[in-house]
Design a protein around this ligand. Structure first.
Ligand SMILES: Cc1cc2nc3c(=O)[nH]c(=O)nc-3n(C[C@H](O)[C@H](O)[C@H](O)COP(=O)(O)O)c2cc1C
Length: 200
């Protein structure tokens, strides 16, 4: 069965974006390695409508009892959830904005983290429902070291993915670009080459 790679870009910059260049390289490398791989791109840079009272009400209504209005309210989230569920491999950009992820990317997370769709609570605690997927987080920052105590971007994404059941996560870092852009991009490219080499 062919595999689907979902590429999620998030940088507000269309040109000169480190994460866009690196997600492209990584996806191309993985697609060449995985026989018959299909790539789907989701650009979240423009952001999505924020969840509001009606959305929450619709989400907490039994699917069988939802009104047409409630179904329409959840339609975008439904399609983003379906896209994520259909992916075997996820390559997600994490441009560091104010020590975290861009608000646009957070708006995507708010629409795909859906109780009873992508996670559920059991007597034993929360259970992620997205099993058997692999994710690559491609981070870029001006000065924040990826993995540091104030990197709330990759640590947050890793946590959310784990909550949804995606625990096989690799991080590629092009960090501290404002200090040593050349060295940082070189290291990220080398990390991608190594990850592609070991990809199945
Ligand atoms: C709105 C905004 C906020 C940023 N905040 C941070 C930050 O908190 N820490 C940091 O190291 N870099 C910060 N940066 C720099 C970006 O992380 C850096 O430019 C990175 O390359 C962005 O990814 P991109 O090249 O894919 O656009 C910020 C950039 C922007 C545009």
């Amino acid at each position: 069965m062919s595999k689907t790679i979902l590429k999620i870009d998030a940088s507000a910059r269309k040109a000169g974006s480190a994460t866009r260049d690196l997600t492209e390289k990584l996806v191309n490398g993985l697609a060449a390695k995985i026989a018959g791989a299909k790539t789907v791109t989701r650009d979240v840079a423009a952001g999505f409508p924020l969840v509001d009272e009606e959305w929450i009400g619709a989400n907490f209504t039994d699917p069988a009892a939802r009104t047409d209005e409630q179904k329409a309210k959840l339609a975008l989230s439904d399609s983003l959830v379906a896209e994520l569920k259909a992916a075997d491999v996820i390559v997600i950009a994490a441009p560091v904005y104010n020590f975290g992820i861009p608000a646009s990317l957070k708006s995507w997370i708010d629409l795909v983290a859906r109780a009873r769709e992508t996670f559920q609570y059991t007597e034993a605690g929360p259970e992620g429902l997205l099993k058997g997927k692999k994710a690559y987080i491609v981070a870029a920052s001006g000065g924040t070291p990826v993995g540091s105590s104030y990197d709330y971007a990759t640590t947050y994404l890793r946590h959310v993915f784990g909550f949804l059941g995606i625990t096989d996560v690799e991080v590629v870092a092009a960090d501290k670009l404002a200090m040593d852009a050349e060295g940082s991009i070189k290291a990220a490219n080398e990390a991608i080459d190594a990850l592609v080499a070991k990809a199945a």
